[in-house]
Design a protein around this ligand. Structure first.
Ligand code: ADP
Ligand code: MG
Length: 468
């Protein structure tokens, strides 16, 4: 069989990209594609869309914007910044937020910018009041080093901001190793943003070195690490103290950031946060989806179909089969309709938006068991969790492979992905695919069939079990 070339229509979906539209032209699907592009997953209800750039939302004041883009030269926001900022500082709505993102993802600025936005909205106070009322923002971090990093990162912004605003925004840190005298001294000129390790902060509070009446923003950074280091009780103790001592007119906001989601973090969130937005960036290593990834050799579509026909009966629907070309989709769907008793729906780029929505509805409702889809058409669509993803043809890029198999194994369920390789066009991806599967299949690192290994010279590995 000749491999048909990609249709012009399908390529045109690539062009309809969120970067090329004005804000008002963005529809639900565009926003979903944007989220997929940055691997942003959210829950919590009434969640704001991610920022497409720094400028578009008018939440960031001009002076702050210029510091970030010009002085710091951060030309575009990182994914965690894109989703955090619009959700935590809408006008007069300071929502609680729980972000799961790995280190190095730019979390510091994701909370420092909102802290400064909120400060800039309130009128400045005479310096004499600062000491009595305590900080407007409190950031807790697990170690001395992290506290000092956060302080340094915050000061990069506040130093310039203070000069321009004629409002001296002071960032103070409290860490173990500082004597109470030293801490008292560092607070004596006022403190707007306090960064602290939990233990030393409790000492300082117990010794009346400061009060916590005015805390508008409370941040728990690296919450999982704080729990690992045994600070859970100290953290909840501080959360309670801040609650009890708060000026009742302050609508306090709590943000929590963690690299992994654990039951203890969930418990803290449930106990101390009000309807937070949950956002996860990329893979949450704490609950990496369990996807069994199997790679089989076949260079013939008829032969693949024959194998597949018996394979699909072993899985609970819904099942998705990915293909690269719409002609293959039509052919394959017809084979299933004619030669099995399973119902199939097709999702590819030549279908109208209405037709695609209809296909999805049938699939979601269980009226059809199998969906045959191109990844371009499937992008940005809200497809339910499936038990089996088949790559009848593997995609050209590993990112597309990850997107495709990500349709299964969600919500702590196990899933299976079966990929057929064999065509010459598969050679470009096979090396990367091999690496990816070896690294990410937690159940068994050896899912490549012997035929695939022989064909692509993967060398001698432990014999794999028979999967089906
Ligand atoms: P995390 O707290 O998630 O580990 P950090 O906030 O420490 O990450 O940021 C990691 C690095 O990225 C820092 O050096 C920071 O200055 C830089 N950074 C933060 N935001 C951006 C951005 N939008 N563009 C480029 N670099 C950034
Ligand atoms: Mg950090």
């Amino acid at each position: 069989r000749e491999t048909p070339s990609k249709t012009a229509l399908e390529s045109s979906y690539m062009g309809k990209h969120w970067t090329e539209k004005s804000l008002s032209e963005m529809n639900g699907r565009d926003w979903r594609i944007l989220r997929e592009d940055f691997a942003i997953v959210t829950k919590g209800g009434a969640v704001e869309n991610p920022m497409r750039n720094w400028e578009e939302l008018d939440v960031i004041p001009k002076d702050l914007l210029r510091i970030v883009t010009h002085d710091l030269h951060f030309l575009s926001p990182t994914p965690i910044q894109r989703i955090t900022i619009p959700n935590v500082c809408r006008k007069n709505q300071y929502r609680d937020f729980l972000g799961v993102a790995s280190t190095g993802s730019g979390k510091t600025l994701a909370f420092i910018v909102p802290i400064l936005i909120r400060m800039s909205r309130s009128s400045s106070r005479p310096p004499s009041l600062k000491i009595m009322d305590g900080p407007k923002a409190l950031i807790l971090a697990p170690t001395r080093e992290l506290v000092q990093q956060i302080q340094a990162e915050a000061e990069r912004v506040t130093k310039i901001w203070s000069i321009e605003n004629n409002y001296d925004c002071k960032v103070v840190s409290i860490v173990g190793g500082h004597s109470l005298e030293e801490i008292s001294y560092s607070l004596s000129e006022g403190c707007d943003i306090l960064v602290a390790t939990p233990g030393r902060l409790i000492d300082s509070l117990d010794n009346h070195l400061l009060v916590m009446k005015q805390v508008e923003t409370l941040v728990l950074d690296e919450a999982d690490k704080m729990v690992d280091l045994g600070f859970e009780d100290q953290v909840t103790n501080i959360l309670t103290k801040v609650d009890v001592g708060a000026d009742p007119s302050i609508n306090r906001q709590t943000m929590m950031f963690t690299a992994t989601m654990t039951s203890v973090i969930e418990k803290i969130a449930a106990g101390y946060m009000k309807k937070p937005v949950y956002a996860t960036i990329g893979v949450d290593t704490g609950s990496e989806p369990l996807i069994q990834q199997i790679v089989e050799y076949s260079d013939n579509d008829e032969q693949k179909f024959k194998k597949l026909r018996s394979v699909v009966t072993k899985y609970e629907p819904p099942i998705i089969i990915f293909i690269n070309y719409k002609q293959t989709a039509d052919w394959l769907a017809e084979k299933f309709q004619n030669e099995t008793n399973m119902k199939v729906t097709i999702l590819h780029g030549s279908k109208s938006q209405d037709q695609r929505e209809h296909s999805l509805k049938l699939f979601r409702s269980g009226k059809v068991q199998i969906m045959v889809a191109t990844n371009v058409a499937a992008r940005g669509l809200d497809i339910p969790n499936v038990s089996l993803v088949v790559n009848f043809q593997i995609p050209k890029k590993i990112d597309d492979y990850i997107h495709r198999i990500g349709r299964t194994g969600r919500a702590a369920k196990e899933g299976t992905a079966i990929s057929y390789v064999g065509g010459t066009e598969d050679e470009t991806l096979i090396g990367e695919l091999h690496k990816y599967v070896k690294k990410h299949d937690p159940l068994n690192n050896n899912r490549f069939s012997d035929a695939v290994k022989n064909k692509y010279n993967f060398g001698i590995e432990k014999r794999n079990e028979v999967i089906y």
